[in-house]
Design a protein around this ligand. Structure first.
Ligand SMILES: *Cc1c(COP(=O)(O)O)cnc(C)c1O
Length: 370
């Protein structure tokens, strides 16, 4: 046996809310990809068209997308923020802001010189749908289903109410840190998006953009008015290539291959099972937050507590808790932005098993008892 300087370092297991621990099948899929030499193939080859076609078909199945919905790939969810404003907003967008990620989307709309309305909720809460005032003149309404920075999550019912109240606006839904757990009827929204390093447990560097024909039409309308909607990742360009199971640029071929494989694994396991397990594991963790002397759930409204990215306020510096869990080989997240040092954040993604979440919860309780 070989001894190395790393021998003393335990292999760490990641409960951070993205990137996180890889989905448990990914290592084998990477090995198969290397055996088949997937990273070397041309993005104009038949092999790539098969990979693209299969990944998009499996995702459409996983999300139960109705007809008239398309899937495109980008570099990240951040890129989709920019592309969606360029392609879908001529003058004005409206953003529900309940934390750092939703605020960033609004910031990008401002960067692109759009009139940007922000509807703010206090941190740890979501916008109250019953009392919300949205300007009729806005072209796109942006909601964040699960705000990863605070752990505040909209009830799925909220999206439905906004859809019913605002049929003329385009509705954009961030499902980055909750898909495919969140049980969304995608026919309610015009676009939705995610990046793969959250619940799908894949290496970062790939965004998934779901859009319907209304979005394609809007981008073509802006283009025909002579406005700039960007270049290679404009919706008409993405659509033109996707019809041939291709991408405009040389894409993250390995990432698309792995995403197709993981989507297939999740379909085999079944979304019902994934959802039931997620609910159970979330209950175990929130129970630990409530039992521990050092922790308290940050989101007070139970219905808005995220099941996939759980946030607790800490009564000691959060680094004390982070350090102790790391000693056991478990890496959890620090508070986001202004909450660094004051919160811990824990990912409860499909790759995190019941046993692993139970041991983490036990460890959190032990730390509180010391
Ligand atoms: C992580 C995250 C993003 C940004 O994803 P990138 O892959 O970094 O672009 C956007 N929205 C939410 C809710 C997120 O959690």
């Amino acid at each position: 046996m070989q001894l190395s300087i790393f021998a003393a370092v335990m292999k760490r297991f990641y409960f951070t809310p993205g990137p996180s621990q890889l989905y448990f099948t990914v290592e084998e899929h990477i090995k198969s990809a290397l055996r088949e030499n997937i990273p070397a193939i041309s993005h104009r080859s038949n092999s790539f068209q098969d990979i693209f076609g299969s990944a998009t078909q499996l995702l459409k199945q996983l999300f139960s997308l109705p007809s008239g919905y398309h899937i495109f790939f980008t570099g990240s969810a951040t890129e989709i923020w920019e592309r969606s404003i360029q392609n879908l907003v001529e003058f004005e967008s409206c953003h529900f802001v309940n934390g750092a990620f939703s605020r960033r989307y609004a910031g990008i709309a401002e960067n692109l010189n759009k009139k940007t309305t922000m509807i703010n909720a206090d941190e740890g809460k979501v916008v109250d749908i019953e009392s919300v005032l949205i300007p009729e003149s806005c072209e796109l309404i942006a909601m964040t289903q699960n705000e990863t920075s605070t752990g505040a999550s909209h009830a799925v019912e909220d999206v439905k109410k906004i859809r019913e109240g605002f049929p003329d606006q385009l509705l954009s839904l961030d499902v980055v840190s909750c898909a495919p757990y969140a049980n969304i009827d995608y026919s309610m929204v015009d676009m939705a998006y995610l990046s793969v390093q959250k619940c799908f447990g894949l290496p970062a560097g790939l965004g998934v953009w779901i859009v319907n024909d209304r979005c394609i039409n809007k981008s073509e309308e802006l283009l025909s008015k002579g406005l700039s909607i960007g270049s290679y990742h404009s919706l008409p360009e993405l659509m033109l290539k996707a019809q041939k199971n291709q991408t405009p640029e040389t894409p993250n071929v390995l990432g698309i291959y792995l995403l197709g494989k993981v989507a297939e694994d999740m379909l085999t396991k079944g979304l019902d099972m994934i959802r039931r397990e997620t609910d159970y594991k979330a209950a175990v963790l929130y129970n630990a937050f409530e039992q521990s002397k050092l922790l308290e759930p940050f989101v007070k409204e139970k219905i808005n507590r995220s099941k996939t990215t759980l946030v607790a306020e800490t009564s000691v510096a959060s680094s004390e808790i982070l350090d102790k869990t790391v000693q056991k080989g478990m890496v959890i997240g620090n508070g986001y932005g202004p909450f660094k040092g004051k919160h811990i954040r824990i990912a409860n993604f499909p790759t995190h098993s019941k046993e692993q979440i139970e041991s983490l919860a036990d460890e959190l309780l032990k730390i509180g008892d010391q």
